[in-house]
Design a protein around this ligand. Sequence first.
Ligand code: SF4
Length: 309
Amino acid sequence: MVNAMNKPSHHWSQTSSRLMNACPRAWALTYGRPSPHSKSRTVSRQHQPRTFDELLTRTMRATWRRKIEDLYQRKIWSEAYTERMFTHMVNDALSAAKMEAPLLYRQQKIKQSLKQIQVLEQSTGLRPLVDGQPRRWAYFDRLDSTEVDGIEFYAAPDLAVYHQHRWTLIRIQFRSPRTGLMSQQLEHLLTVLWALRSEGLPDHISAFRLKVIQWKGSRWQEHTLNITPPLMEQALGLMKHDVQEMTWLSRWAMADPSLSTLPLAVHNKHCRGCHHRKQCPAVGGLAQAKLRQQLELNQSEATKSLNTA
Ligand code: SF4
């Protein structure tokens, strides 16, 4: 863990990295300016879910997490208890987010989500734990950070299971991310870097396997990733590059508090459900907002040239 007295000033998380790559303006509004209350930027800035699907995904993860904590204490949840707990958590999340979902639709989605949790437990990565087979294992909080080269980063696995002389680091994705395959793989590899830097786990890569269990719309897909020193270097390089961009964007946001010159979203799909949309120049359409921004930049460049001529 990072020493609070000596906390690095830069941080990296998948959420922050994906947001920056999707929309620099949204990133600057979320992470790019200092928050007086933040103990950790990632921890403190999680918004309420924007859609019912996002709410379900978060609740599935939260429910599964409680279930796994109890499993660690050898307390097994029955199907009825899991259903009660999940339904209760969905209803709580809906009222916290002031969101409504028609009853029948909600019941149908709850049923599907419960099935998803149940099938997850039958995956080859998790079944031995659920079946109580003798294994050393541990679970982690995704908000556990560690530090490398002055960067605080969040890349904890969900589980680490010791078997046949190696630790398998398991990451579970309740929804498939939309990022490219290569950047996803590099992000996953940061989990190994996280483990190497964490107390109580080995400090050499040959001690680890890396497994990703990902929901693919109707089924869980499991795959094991290669861990090699060059790939680890690439993953670290990707993180450092992101942090460089983030530092630059933060400076830009502080130099232009109106944020009017910051790049807007790469694609209008990112604007759908964006928390900052109401105050964004893209509220009436991304393409027009980009055009207006370009015209304003051209005008300001022309004025500068005239003044210096
Ligand atoms: S509405 Fe679109 S352009 Fe504006 S901040 Fe959100 S994602 Fe970025």
